[in-house]
Design a protein around this ligand. Sequence first.
Ligand code: NAI
Ligand SMILES: O=C(O)C1=N[C@H](C(=O)O)C[C@H](O)C1
Length: 265
Amino acid sequence: MTIKVIISGPRGRMGREALDMIINDKDLELVACIDRMNDGKRLSDVEGMPNVNVPIFVEPNQCFQSVSADIFLELSIPEVGFDHTKLALMSKIKSVVGTSGFTSEQIDLLTNIANENKVGCIIAPNFAIGAVLMMQFAKKAATYFSDVEIIEKHHDQKLDAPSGTAVKTAKMIQESRQAKRQGHPNEKETMDGARGADTEGIRIHSVRLPGLVAHQEVILGGLGQTLTITHDSYNRKSFMTGIKYALGKVMQLEKLVYGMENVMD
Ligand SMILES: NC(=O)C1=CN([C@@H]2O[C@H](COP(=O)(O)OP(=O)(O)OC[C@H]3O[C@@H](n4cnc5c(N)ncnc54)[C@H](O)[C@@H]3O)[C@@H](O)[C@H]2O)C=CC1
Ligand SMILES: O=C(O)C1=N[C@H](C(=O)O)C[C@H](O)C1
């Protein structure tokens, strides 16, 4: 039996790559798309899209009520991704969420909906295996180095800052160390933002430049030494193995899991 997938954001950079992955995988079947335009059209009617005869919906609820699907794959924009996921879970459709930029409160709300309805959901700040390992290594390193800063670097079309990966990395590091104010106690910013965003003392610096895809450095400092843990995604294929893995894993879940590290064997 194939796993039936609805994808949100099919014309985006991630959506387009995920469409190809799903279409070429014998275990997966694309059954519908949610987009901000082309309502009522078939995917095959849209220029530049693969020749697959599935419906496109602008209204997520109309899609969830009329299409039989196993999983909703959210890859659109932060502004709508939360509502889409909430509606999918309320319709008892398992969800895999790649879209970043959700607040902690939004993640808590989705967790409650998924867990109360016993519907599987994976929110993956980063699907790339190397990025997940980078976060785990950073968490481990922070048990020895309590001073740490994060530099995340992305393409200049990214809507949210800091990145979902940086936020999750900081959360994982916070599990290994006490909240700590870093730097000189009397330090002052003479230009706003010079020290980056502050999350329980961990500073996150966001770089946005054309030419970049998705990159992160976690720099840990100790007496006379630093340790830098780096991950680079050079293209969006780097995320596809993780998406395929999450689609398989979420089928076994009846609750929400935040982070791929929590479903990796
Ligand atoms: N978790 C992960 O490993 C990764 C997550 N991302 C995240 O995935 C999301 C998508 O990234 P990209 O593809 O680079 O962005 P993109 O800007 O290329 O694509 C977003 C797409 O969403 C569509 N969209 C806008 N409103 C919509 C609506 N109401 N319904 C359905 N679709 C709508 C846009 O038309 C666009 O085609 C971002 O939040 C990004 O941060 C990106 C790469 C990896
Ligand atoms: O927008 C992107 O491109 C990416 N977004 C995710 C994030 O916010 O961490 C994952 C990856 O970094 C690519």
